[in-house]
Design a protein around this ligand. Structure first.
Ligand code: SAM
Length: 378
């Protein structure tokens, strides 16, 4: 059976997520703002959850229709054969959103969707009671210009939860965003990489996992593992085996990462171990003042950026130092993600390429420097 899946992702990372979906064999891959839509069977549901690096979650599109009244909303939900999807004891919390639609009250829509599900499940399972004590089925609705989508979350926890970052430093970058940046920075199986502000190590860990082709979800579980009618256990087993068989331990990838904070360095080491890439990543305590970019390495980093005045001045000082170090010894490339609009001024060079990205809700830019980027700023 063919399903339509929607994988939300951060604005600016859609093309990376779409590429990843195509590589898995997903069909009819389409990109719109902040999401990738694709089709596939139950193997693709499992493969997408296990392998997508830059998507936030994998949602199953159960139905898409027009609803301008509560009755229309109710009828559309009631028509879905919920009893074939979930057992009588399923827990099914409903969450949703509404934009530019006649039905603008999210709580009201939420209770209509829930009510329609309850009615349908009672009828379908021939019961008067739904205890909601069993497996969790997170249901979502999205209303946009009177079109409603009814979705079932197959991931559970967001896909950024890889299972290797139990603890994080103060301002960690989301794993999914780090993965997209690593991809945009063209990290390959034999790449060398450096990060002078590594914090909890996310950037190098994501790069190492990509280079070694370690599936980001291999160490965790997904909601749809309990939806055995939808994705049978043997499908998960087959996809997990495939992931393990495709790991490239022969890849030559190596990373060197630094942070001034010894606790961050210890944490990054710990996280890299949990992620199965400790042997490819070396972490050291060092000040960016002593950073020596390597001519064969891609430098990818997320420097501190403060909101308060003192922190802002410190951030500007560090960006200036990074620029000086870059001019002294040139790496293969440099990618810097920051929300500091003055980055290029502080750094001292215009980027060859800039890309707008969001770190959670924070608008950022990815500043990318390549070979010919050393000409002084005009
Ligand atoms: C935004 S955080 C990096 C977060 C990281 N990407 C992660 O996912 O955890 C910036 C890091 O820069 C480090 N840092 C601050 N000043 C530094 C300096 N002078 N030299 C090197 N690292 C510094 C901080 O300790 C912090 O861990």
């Amino acid at each position: 059976m063919k399903y339509t899946m929607i994988a939300p992702c951060y604005f600016g990372t859609e093309s990376t997520a779409a590429f990843e979906a195509r590589r898995l064999g997903a069909e009819s891959v389409q990109v719109t703002d902040g999401r990738v839509t694709f089709q596939g069977d139950s193997e693709i549901i499992a493969a997408a959850n296990l392998n997508l690096r830059s998507a936030e979650r994998v949602l199953l599109l159960l139905k898409s229709y027009t609803a301008e009244t509560f009755d229309e909303l109710f009828d559309g939900v009631y028509d879905i054969p919920w009893e074939e999807l979930m057992p009588a004891d399923a827990q099914f919390p409903v969450k949703g959103s509404s934009l530019s639609s006649t039905l603008s009250s999210v709580p009201a829509c939420q209770s209509i969707v829930k009510k329609a599900m309850v009615e349908r499940l009672k009828k379908g399972h021939h019961t008067q009671t739904l205890p909601e004590t069993g497996a969790l089925y997170k249901v979502r609705f999205a209303l946009r210009k009177n079109r409603v989508e009814i979705l079932l979350d197959t991931s559970g926890d967001g896909l950024h939860k890889r299972g290797y970052r139990r603890n994080a430093t103060e301002a960690p970058i989301k794993e999914t965003l780090a993965a997209a940046i690593v991809d945009l920075s063209r990290i390959r199986r034999d790449s060398r990489m450096q990060d002078p502000f590594c914090g909890s190590g996310t950037m190098v860990i994501e790069a190492a996992q990509k280079a070694l082709n370690i599936a980001p979800g291999i160490r965790r579980r997904f909601a749809a593992e309990r939806y055995t009618d939808l994705v049978p256990p043997q499908v998960w087993a087959r996809q997990r085996e495939k992931c393990l068989a495709e790991v490239r331990m022969d890849a030559a990838f190596e990373a060197l990462a630094y942070d001034i904070d010894p606790q961050a360095v210890a944490l990054a080491q710990h996280n890299a171990k949990l992620a199965g890439v400790a042997e490819r990543c070396r972490f050291e305590v060092a000040d960016v003042r002593d950073f020596v970019p390597d001519s064969q390495s891609a430098v990818i980093t997320n420097p501190p950026y403060g909101e308060r005045l003192g922190d802002l001045a410190e951030a500007a000082r560090l960006e200036k130092i990074l620029g000086e170090r870059f001019l002294k010894s040139r790496p293969l490339s440099l990618s810097v993600i920051t929300s500091d609009g003055d980055f290029e001024k502080n750094f001292g060079l215009k980027a060859n390429r800039r890309r707008k990205l969001y770190n959670g809700m924070i608008p950022c830019q990815l500043y990318m420097y390549f070979e010919d980027a050393r000409k002084p700023k005009k």
